[in-house]
Design a protein around this ligand. Sequence first.
Ligand code: CU
Length: 340
Amino acid sequence: MAVRIRSPLRWVPLALLLAATAVLSGCLGMGEGPQTTIVPFSDHAQRIQDLYVLVFWMAAGVFVVVEAALVYATLRYRRRPDDVLPPQVHGNTRLEVAWTIAPAVVLFVIAIPTIQAIFAAATPPGSDGLEIVVTGHQWWWELEYPDAQVVTANEVHIPVGRPISFTLKSADVIHSFWVPRLGGKMDVVPGHTNHLYLTAYQAGTYLGQCVEFCGLQHANMKLRLIAHTPEEFDAWVQSQQAPPSQAAGKAQEGAQVFARSACVGCHTVAGTPAQGKIGPNLTHVGSRTSLAGAVLDNTPENLARWLRDPQEVKPGNQMPNLHLSDVDIEALVAYLESLK
Ligand SMILES: [Cu+2]
């Protein structure tokens, strides 16, 4: 025989379950996370959010109607002691037509704005658009500004208020480009060019990452998108176009170590014989806030740690341990930090 628990403690498991659901689903502090998808910061993200809100409320309406009917029917028609078998029926044309038309209307109401949003998202900006070519590499992002002739890595600088046209390519396998607060995500496919258009509303730093499993260091293929005011953006472009300042002192020694090491085969520093294309362009690496797929903050300590053994930081990545001496590492750090 089943034992009935009547103590108020019987609600404890339910309360714990609800609390765990809220915590695990990230519902507490909803929308405040650095990678939230429900607080839009671009026109593209706003369009998706509008659809999300529409679908949410329609689903909520359906839920209430269906549950109300269910609860009503359960209580009103529950079995009673003196019940006899009710009349058995088969088919009800009116009901069947109703429950075919009702979902069709719901889908129609969702379909119209959805199709509008799909077309809006696929419309390239006019002549005021800024093109940025994003190339996914295992496991970092290459960023090229064709008009300004600027190449950088892992940090996407854009001006607010201006439509950005991302041209997405891959150097190896399938990746996916996503900056949640600005919308996306868009696959980055070898041998095929994809496009993503958006206009950022608000200056700030937005975190992003690769969202298509692309091998060992997929989780460490992150990026930072920095949205500037138009003036700040122009200043950034100019600083990136300028040749790196002439190295002096310790940095000068580092430049020599760099020039006679394997670095030049994989990395480019504009205005020097180093023109390698396998790793990130280092022309202005000192001006970046992060290193190695935005995994490390760009500090002298982290740079030294990277150079001492890149495989310790990101096991399996394409930069080998070059077994540099401490003296060389110190000089290289001074040189790379000077490349503003
Ligand atoms: Cu990936």
